[in-house]
Ligand binder design. Sequence first.
Ligand SMILES: [Zn+2]
Length: 57
Amino acid sequence: MNCWHCGAELIWGGDHDVEDSEDYDIVTNLSCPKCNSYIEVYHAINDNSDYDDLTKA
Ligand SMILES: [Zn+2]
């Protein structure tokens, strides 16, 4: 995954359980070695992994 701002390859900081949300279960921390941006990616509990199947119907 590349930085939104400068396009450099991000450094993975770790995954953590989300305790205070009913919508997300995992948060991933990433940081940019070039512009020092900090990124958190929240993984939804109810993901749309079957989204493609629905749109094909
Ligand atoms: Zn960057």
